[in-house]
Design a protein around this ligand. Sequence first.
Ligand SMILES: Cc1cc2nc3c(=O)[nH]c(=O)nc-3n(C[C@H](O)[C@H](O)[C@H](O)COP(=O)(O)O)c2cc1C
Ligand code: SF4
Ligand code: SF4
Length: 424
Amino acid sequence: MADLSINFAGIKAPNPFWLASAPPTDKAYNVVRAYEAGWGGVVWKTLGEDPAAVNVSSRYSAIYGKNKEVLGFNNIELITDRSLEINLREIEQVKKDWPDRALVVSLMVPCEEESWKYILPLVEATGADGIELNFGCPHGMPERGMGAAVGQVPEYVEMVTRWCKTYSKMPVIVKLTPNITDIRGPARAAYNGGADAVSLINTINSITSIDLDQMVARPIVGGRSTHGGYCGPAVKPIAMNMVAEIARDPATAGIPISGIGGIGSWRDAAEFIALGASSVQVCTAAMLYGFRIVEEMKDGLSRWMDEKGYNSIADFSGKAIPNTTDWKYLDMNYKVIAQIDQDKCIGCGRCYIACEDTSHQSIANLLQDNGTHKYEVKEEECVGCNLCQITCPVTDCITMVPQDTGEPYMNWTQDPRNPFREAS
Ligand SMILES: Cc1cc2nc3c(=O)[nH]c(=O)nc-3n(C[C@H](O)[C@H](O)[C@H](O)COP(=O)(O)O)c2cc1C
Ligand code: SF4
Ligand code: SF4
């Protein structure tokens, strides 16, 4: 059976599934039940200086799919609203009781050396396995010069990371904000500051919806609102791209990455790991479905790894990275064409409308003698854009079939149609 255990930047855990710093990890009561359910580790809800933060009511909002499933989740919560002393006491006890599980402490204090110098030994004394620097919180805390206000300035990221490496022996994970143009900037800064790992993403600035009667965004706090942090399934593609950007950046090569953002199943986790992560963190899915989702995650990942012959997480971590490249290195001679399985087609015409109105007019709409319509791909016109396949409501009705062009691999830097092609 596949071995799910990991050693992430020196932090050992029986499996790569950690709960992200958030309400699921904000007190011993939650963390203990999460460990009982089987989570390999947790990142404790972000600690700060006393007096503790104060939260508002209400706090969350969401974007829903047609069946009321939550596609995206938004929150305006701050860091822990409990005192430092209570949190540290609970962390120490939990670590003592659960020595085999990872317990990482998330931290956010002012961007001043003295503040870090003060809190780091207190955390280290609890026996926690490591710290995660919350440079990502996008609401409330940046107004106080913390969270994303630090994460958006690579010089600050490097400086604070260096303080943490100077004043503690614990592994330092730098949690990055996605609210930035190029994620590689702060990732390189963390690396240069001596970070042992990075984790990403924190939440994305968002307004999920507007109450058009009250003329206010959600969540509503006494008739007003503010932007929140977006997470859940909707952010996964953004998070995965950012993870891949860091994993394939030579400047940060080899830095351990903890993938976060929209993970709710073993498959989501496997995808992040394939893109270079070696642990994953979950928040929204646990908040919506409870701690027991980890059972399916561990079971599913383990079965899939057995099926594929991967013995450990390291066996497939980063395996999709060599195949993730810049556009200019894609094969200009590769060609696929849409193929409709007439036995599966229900004649809805959606593929035809999509291709006719917005793509390449490559589907013929043929009126049959019995008054029904038949849809056929005009192979010579099809550019293989995938739009019809994406639009089609029937599973596997449209497939994209690779064509044998007889042409060798040729990328844009070699293409004669490129006026700026590189000399061969
Ligand atoms: C209600 C809520 C509170 C959060 N609080 C924190 C926090 O205190 N510290 C932190 O680093 N991230 C915090 N996050 C961000 C999560 O740790 C995580 O990065 C983000 O939600 C993306 O993961 P997900 O899509 O699995 O939710 C919070 C998220 C939510 C929804
Ligand atoms: S793949 Fe694109 S171009 Fe080809 S038939 Fe479908 S929508 Fe049209
Ligand atoms: S969208 Fe799919 S089911 Fe509908 S007509 Fe096209 S191929 Fe048939």
